[in-house]
Design a protein around this ligand. Structure first.
Ligand code: ADP
Length: 496
């Protein structure tokens, strides 16, 4: 059985650091790669060795699979961990890694290939008794045929790109008149984003929750489920807040959905860590897709199960059998994760790039921050604008929730707008507290005015204080203060 002695992390930022930490604890040497934009990144300093691989654009650096493989040979690396994004779901890369005699810390290239394509995935799980959203399981090109299907399935319907990911290439159609135009748009969007214009149709489930199951499979046929995560708070079909467990999943349903996820994994002889995504509505769940990699939100599962998923991935890649049985996997307490994006929630979540002029992490019991930046660093425009993941753990959901609010208040980030104020809004919202929220939370409850209450209160305090200082000034000097002085006083006192 091969023992991994030196691993190269083909990634950047928080996930590269996350992997380096587990590797260190296992006595494995680490090699980081970085682009010119990431010279000062913490992952570069955390690794035992670090190599510059190219200019900032990922196509010229983090996506250069062959260059990275060559580097492994030169540095006597025996395994590559791809993290998430970049090369992690590239089946050809996984193949090339193995052809070069290296270990790919992930599933087989075949599993990546099947699950990387939503239509191929639907086909693969066909014989495994997995609940599916009503819809087609083949690519649709003819608008007339699509109209016929639309009538059968019933509107609204969702046009989806087979090769889709990250919420791209999806279009909701509410009636037949909108179908043809949306289909053409979806096909051209899918072609330009993924180089594959195949689209298919699903029933659009209006009020849905996103529930996913973490699985771990070894190379000897054992597959376990590590319970669910709920990731319903999304913007642009992309997750911002995740939690484990979900409030709406009962013990019986947990077993049912967990076992369904294991069957999905078995349908492609899956090994490694993976996530099976489902859409949930009124007690029923339907298969969406499987992500064949470590997921951004994996820490919430780690906190409730006490299992280090990166360590497990490495042990599985070495060929070790899983030590646990399903009944040994226990769940304790509750965990939340918020993704701290460099985005302006008051301006439609548009990216807000710039420099972290101040950056102070929250601390204390039950708080974990996975990040890849330090104060003074600039968020590069070339990559995903995620600054950090803020994760809290509590004995109960309410404790973890209140801890999250405390942590958000403590987190100081200036110079860049972030999703933190939006996240605080969510954690204080009644629908989030009582669990009656779905993936439409943002559309239903949030607009750019939602965050103004605090500002308005501050403005009112500022105005009141200004009057007090003005009166004090007038009393003490009998002279009205200059506007400039009054302004600077407001600012200083209110920002405290
Ligand atoms: P991607 O691979 O682009 O992330 P997914 O299939 O995982 O796409 O879906 C992403 C999100 O889109 C889901 O979390 C859900 O909110 C929404 N979604 C997907 N399929 C449906 C559907 N049939 N009905 C309603 N919403 C859906």
């Amino acid at each position: 059985m091969p023992k991994i002695k030196k691993v190269l992390i083909a990634n950047r930022g928080e996930i590269a650091l996350r992997i380096i930490r587990s590797a260190k604890e296992m006595g494995i040497k680490t090699v980081a790669v970085f682009s010119e934009a990431d010279r000062k990144s913490p992952h570069v300093f955390a690794a035992d060795e670090a190599v510059l691989i190219g200019p900032p654009p990922s196509a010229k650096s983090y996506l250069l699979g062959n260059k990275i493989i060559k580097l492994c040979k030169q540095l006597k690396v025996d395994a590559i961990h791809p993290g998430y994004g970049f090369l992690s779901e590239n089946a050809a890369f996984a193949d090339n890694v193995e052809k070069a005699g290296l270990i790919f810390i992930g599933p087989s290239s075949e599993a990546i290939r099947v699950m990387g394509n939503k239509l191929a995935a639907k086909k693969a799980v066909g014989a495994y008794d997995i609940p599916m959203v009503p819809g087609t399981d083949e690519a649709i090109t003819d608008p007339e045929y699509a109209k016929k299907l639309g009538l059968e399935i019933g509107y609204p319907i969702l046009i989806k790109a087979s090769a889709g990911g990250g919420g791209k290439g999806m279009r909701v159609v509410y009636n037949e008149n909108e179908l043809e135009e949306n289909m053409n748009l979806a096909i051209s969007e899918a072609t330009s984003s993924f180089g594959d214009g195949s689209v298919f149709i699903e029933k659009y489930i209006e009020s849905n929750k996103h529930i996913e199951v973490q699985i771990l499979g070894d190379q000897h046929g054992k597959t376990l489920y590590l319970f669910e995560r709920e990731c319903s708070i999304q913007r642009r079909h992309q997750k911002v807040i995740e939690e484990a467990p979900s409030m709406v999943i009962s013990e019986d349903l947990r077993k049912e959905i967990g076992e369904a996820a294991v069957r999905v994994a078995q349908s492609c002889n899956y090994y490694g860590a993976g996530t099976v995504e489902f859409i949930y509505e009124n007690g029923s769940f339907y298969f969406l897709e499987m992500n064949t990699r470590l997921q951004v939100e994996h820490p919430v599962t780690e906190l409730i199960t006490g299992i280090d998923l990166v360590k497990e991935q490495i042990l599985i890649a070495e060929g070790k059998p899983l030590q646990l049985n399903q009944e040994d996997v226990k769940m304790n307490g509750h965990a939340f994760e918020v993704r701290v994006y460099a985005e302006d929630p008051e301006n439609n979540f548009l990216p807000d790039i710039g420099t972290l002029t101040s950056y102070m992490r929250p601390q204390g019991y039950g708080i974990r921050v996975d990040d890849g930046f330090e104060q003074g660093m600039t968020i590069p425009i070339y990559y995903d604008p995620m600054i950090a993941k803020l994760i809290t753990y509590g004995a109960t959901r309410d404790e973890a929730r209140k801890r999250m609010i405390r942590a958000i208040d403590e987190y100081t980030i200036t110079g860049i707008k972030t999703t933190l104020p939006f996240c605080k809004f969510v954690f204080e919202h009644e629908a989030f507290i009582n669990g009656s929220f779905d993936t439409k939370f943002v559309e239903k409850f949030f607009d750019h005015n939602s965050l103004e209450t605090e500002d308005e209160t501050q403005e009112k305090i500022a105005a009141l204080m200004a009057i007090i200082y003005y009166k004090e000034d007038v009393n003490s000097t009998n002279q009205p203060p200059t506007t400039k002085k009054a302004n600077s006083n407001w600012k200083k006192r209110v920002s405290k």
